[in-house]
Design a protein around this ligand. Structure first.
Ligand SMILES: [Zn+2]
Length: 260
């Protein structure tokens, strides 16, 4: 069942830069949930595609809900889930704001690194050509990801950032943003609080990766964009500032990056 944490502000300040509401975990309650989110502080959502099928679903949700935007792309775990040419066609939709999620994942599959790098490179090159930002997935592939970001220098965000403060510095140098999600509320977040401390005000985004990575204390529940309030609260604690300031800054950063 859907849970909404408290939201103490009048103005809707939550911009979720990364979610997957086309996921089958939302079947049956998707319409109810998406009609409720704006009542719980949510003003914007970028729904990310992982292959051509889910990229089409992301566009469809963006047509149905005014506060929704779509990213289209092929995720490294979904090689074979469509061609870059199909993604190119889908990207011309007026509510497509980014190419994603794209990147490298050596955690789930590591025997096709060259194929992953080729697919990632092609999509980076294409995003640069059409002047759109990218939403980058990097799991256990920090050095290869950084190498390609340095090579192509795209606009965009490294989502659910899991690297060290040193890597964050390198990512920031390329001009990219860093996405922070529910993991920051986990006890085992290790290096992430250090990263959150050093991020410049104008270079971080908030995200859910819903239905996954639900923040504490709702970890057993399905994630939704309203939960970003809890993520922002934790970030505000770490940075010694106010939660609404974190939400407002992240919202402005997202709008700047995605040209909304
Ligand atoms: Zn994702």
């Amino acid at each position: 069942m859907t849970e909404f944490p408290e939201y103490p502000y009048n103005e809707a300040l939550i911009f979720d830069s990364h979610a997957h509401y086309d996921d089958s975990k939302f079947d049956g309650e998707r319409d109810y949930l998406l009609s409720q989110l704006p009542l719980h502080g949510v003003c914007g959502v970028v729904n990310c595609g992982c292959d051509t099928r889910s990229s089409r679903s992301a566009l469809k949700l963006a047509e149905e809900y005014e506060y929704f935007y779509a990213a289209v792309g092929i995720h490294p775990e979904n090689i074979g889930g469509g061609t870059v040419e199909e993604i190119e066609r889908l990207s011309s939709h007026k509510k497509c704001v980014a190419i994603g999620e794209i990147g490298l994942d050596y955690y789930w599959v590591s025997d096709n690194k060259e194929q992953q790098k080729e697919l990632f490179s092609k999509q980076l090159e294409f995003a640069n050509k059409i002047n759109k930002p990218v939403i980058v997935h990097d799991r256990d592939a920090h050095s290869d990801t950084l190498e390609l970001l340095k090579k192509y220098r795209p606009m965009g965000v490294v989502h659910s950032f899991s690297g060290s403060p040193e890597m964050a510095k390198e990512v920031l140098k390329t001009g990219m943003y860093i996405g922070i999600g529910g993991v920051i509320t986990f006890k085992n977040a290790k290096k992430l609080p250090e990263v959150v401390k050093m991020l410049p005000e104008d270079r971080f985004l908030l995200e859910t990766d819903a239905p996954y990575l639900t923040p504490v204390p709702y970890r057993s529940k399905i994630n939704n964009s309203a939960m970003i309030y809890l993520t922002a609260k934790k970030i505000a604690e770490i940075r010694n500032t106010e939660t609404d300031r974190i939400l407002l800054t992240a919202k402005q950063n997202a709008k700047n990056l995605f040209g909304i």
